[in-house]
Design a protein around this ligand. Structure first.
Ligand code: SAH
Length: 692
């Protein structure tokens, strides 16, 4: 079956109807799934195996048959572990049909057809009884339904239901328990992801400061979890204010309650400072005694944690509703509240503790809308004062006293900069009701409501009357658009520039004047694992899964670059960075495509896992901004990346197709093509080896 889906093209802005194969979503989900990453997670797998073996023996020692319920079996891995450990029978439940099908094949291939029954249902639909999916209730409950926040994938309601209907009282559970830990910190860097700090603008007539509306300042932000690779956060970027504290635990062998709950702990700051952030992670004990423990603790808590790399479980950053000065040794109460799927925090001083009425804490809801318009990296970017300086310097070069300026970017502060730097008239084109409303609040808070005019229109619908019959002499953009996923999607600015051409004066300045696409060949420390086939996992043949992922990657031959924030994923450069394409914003988008090919010489020995691509914006002839590489920090080729942007990663087939990775490639041939009609960038790479 084919369906047509309407969507705006992120680069060209054109509305298009795409014919979606009914399998399209499946293939996307599988190709970009975390299954491979989980299968590569040796630490997780070995501990599950140990825990499952121990649980099966405990049941057998009691003289009972070991009947296993594996909820969310995925590849069938945990059920196969149980069967291999001597379980009598396993019910393997999987809601996602393509995975359930894969599990059937994998189970069969590994010879467990008689021991494992794969059931393609959500666990809450599973029936028990002589004619049911399960003959009887299980006495071993095995699951891996956890996300970085532990409960975000619905583990609690699933356990609650399973204890009521699918397992026996007193069952063994693997994992046996999970515990959530927290640590209070001060961190300007992380705090800048949720609050907008005053933005300083050095204008010729003195310093101007752009302030946040109080509504934005007081807003707690959005409830979605902020999960990051905390091991990549240097210790100089935060100050620890408390010891690690146990916040709450869940015993999975007993009935679990998913209803909302609050947990409160007392803590004494080890240092005075500003309490802003709660860092959090969890561990799971695979057995009741807690001897088999799998932890997400960051490097300063557990020094070996960096060697247990994984991307499917990371650490959480929670923003307190407001920053709170705290004193070393004073009594504080930290409250964690959760509903079925998410957790949030509140800090209280001991003396307020008397006031018990206030124990229930509301979940954070953004009312100011700024947190809906700007995601966390975007807040970080807007708070980057160095970046603002580059825009200020370049605007100063191009603005004149009679400049009529139009800004095209979503929720940008550039119009305010342009006003402060002396433009006569400033217009800003905002694409959505949310961005209009947020910008209005900002202009009001800075007494600029009558200085900057907001136009809510798409660029092609801009009319002279929007512009009060004036021509634009300076067109500016960061560029930044909320619809951009890959770096080059911000080329939408070029299309918008083309659409507003007739409103520009004949000698109008366009800032940035151009952009360029850059590329570098890298060896990842760990990220390659997420796309690399597994072969066998703990002795089980999971190649069916590898093939399935490969098949999805090849679906419609749509192997594509994918966005990753590389500050979280260390890599070393194997080549010099190369500029591969340029886009001249002073001209309109050409009707023909842009393409390039060539080869990059590899300077360092290493495994060529892929190419990283990013955009640089040339604001003026001599001022540029990189959204990718900022520096190669040492002779080993370690890279530093713009911390506010995602870069594009194209994994080579040597990673995705389990070929033996060659250390001996000397060059990489590339062909890159930008189709100006579709806005898509297609690329092809070939590793070259010198022979002889
Ligand atoms: N057990 C596998 C896969 C874990 S991923 C392993 O450890 O490698 C979790 C899987 O659980 C996903 O495939 C998801 O589709 C499935 N899932 C989550 N909740 C479920 C539920 N309540 N019932 C059935 N499947 C569920």
């Amino acid at each position: 079956m084919k369906t047509f889906c309407g969507r705006a093209n992120p680069t060209t802005g054109a509305m298009e109807w795409v014919e979606e194969d009914e399998n399209y979503d499946y293939h996307q989900e599988i190709a970009r799934s975390r299954y491979a990453d989980m299968l590569h997670d040796k630490d997780r797998n070995t501990k599950y195996y140990q825990g499952i073996r121990a649980a099966v023996s405990r049941v057998k020692e009691r003289g009972e048959k070991a009947i296993v319920l594996d909820i969310g079996t995925g590849t069938g891995l945990l059920s196969m572990m149980a069967a291999a450990a001597g379980a009598d029978f396993c019910y393997a439940i999987e809601v996602f049909k393509p995975m359930a099908n894969a599990a059937v094949k994998i189970v069969e291939k590994n010879g467990f057809r008689d021991k494992i029954k794969v059931i393609n249902k959500h666990s809450t639909e599973v029936t028990v009884g002589p004619d049911g999916d399960m003959q009887c209730r299980a006495n071993i409950l095995v699951t891996e339904l956890f996300d970085t926040e532990l409960i975000g994938e619905g583990a609690l309601p699933t356990y609650e239901h399973a204890h009521k209907y699918l397992v026996q009282e007193g069952c063994e559970a693997v994992p046996h328990r999970a515990t959530v830990y927290v640590q209070l910190v001060e961190s300007k860097r992380m705090w800048s992801w949720n609050k907008l700090f005053p933005v300083r603008v050095e204008a010729e007539d003195g310093e101007k400061i752009i302030v946040s509306p109080s509504e934005v300042e007081k807003c707690p932000g959005v409830p979605s979890v902020c999960d990051i690779q905390l091991n990549q956060m240097p210790s100089s970027d935060f100050t620890i204010l408390s010891d690690v504290v146990t916040m709450f635990s869940v015993d999975f062998s007993k009935p679990v309650r998913s209803a909302s709950a609050c947990y409160r702990v007392q803590l004494e700051p080890v240092r005075s400072g500003k309490a802003q952030i709660v860092l959090s992670w969890w561990d799971i004990d695979m057995d009741p005694s807690g001897t088999i423990n799998c932890t997400m603790a960051p490097y300063w808590v557990k020094s070996t944690s960096a060697s247990q790399w994984r991307d499917h479980w990371m650490q959480c950053v929670y923003f307190l509703p407001n920053e709170e000065p705290v004193l070393q040794g004073e009594q504080l109460y930290l409250t964690a509240c959760r509903d079925e799927y998410s957790v949030w925090y509140k800090l209280q001083k001991a003396r307020e503790e008397e006031n018990k009425a206030d124990v229930r804490v509301e979940s954070p809801v953004c009312r100011c809308q700024a947190h809906l318009l700007w995601n966390r990296p975007r807040f970080g970017q807007l708070n980057d004062q160095n970046r603002t300086c580059q825009y200020v310097k370049s605007l100063m070069k191009v603005l004149k006293a009679d400049s009529v300026c139009l800004c095209v970017s979503d929720g940008s502060l550039l119009p305010v900069l342009a006003h402060h730097l002396g433009a006569q008239q400033v217009f800003t084109l905002e694409n959505s009701a949310v961005s209009c409303s947020v910008m209005q609040k900002f202009f009001k808070a800075n007494n600029l409501e009558d200085k900057i005019k907001i136009i809510e229109a798409r660029p092609e619908l801009l009319t002279p009357s929007h512009l009060k019959d004036q021509k634009i002499s300076v067109l500016v953009g960061e560029p930044f658009f909320t619809t951009s996923l890959l770096p080059w999607h911000n080329l939408y600015f070029w299309y918008a520039r083309t659409a507003v051409s007739r409103h520009l004066t004949s000698d109008a300045t366009v800032l940035p004047q151009s952009a360029s696409l850059h590329m570098m060949i890298v060896e990842f420390q760990d990220l390659w694992r997420i796309r690399s086939p597994c072969g066998t996992c703990e002795g089980f043949d999971v190649r069916t899964m590898d093939d399935m992922i490969q098949n999805s990657l090849n679906f419609r031959e749509s192997k594509e670059a994918e966005p990753h924030p590389l500050w979280e994923y260390p890599c070393k450069s194997l080549s010099d960075p190369q500029q591969v394409l340029t886009f001249d914003f002073r001209e309109t988008v050409p009707p023909h495509g842009l393409s390039t090919e060539g080869s990059v010489h590899l300077l360092r020995k290493g495994q060529s896992h892929g190419a990283v691509l990013w955009m640089e914006y040339h604001l003026t002839a001599d001022i540029s901004i990189s959204t990718g590489l900022t520096q190669i920090s040492n002779e080993k080729g370690n890279c530093e990346w713009n911390p506010h942007c995602k870069q594009a990663v194209y994994f080579f087939s040597s990673v995705t197709e389990s070929q033996t990775l060659s250390e001996f490639s000397t060059a990489v041939k590339y062909a890159i093509n930008f189709d100006t009609k579709t806005g898509e960038i297609a690329m092809d790479f070939k590793l070259l080896e010198t022979t002889g």
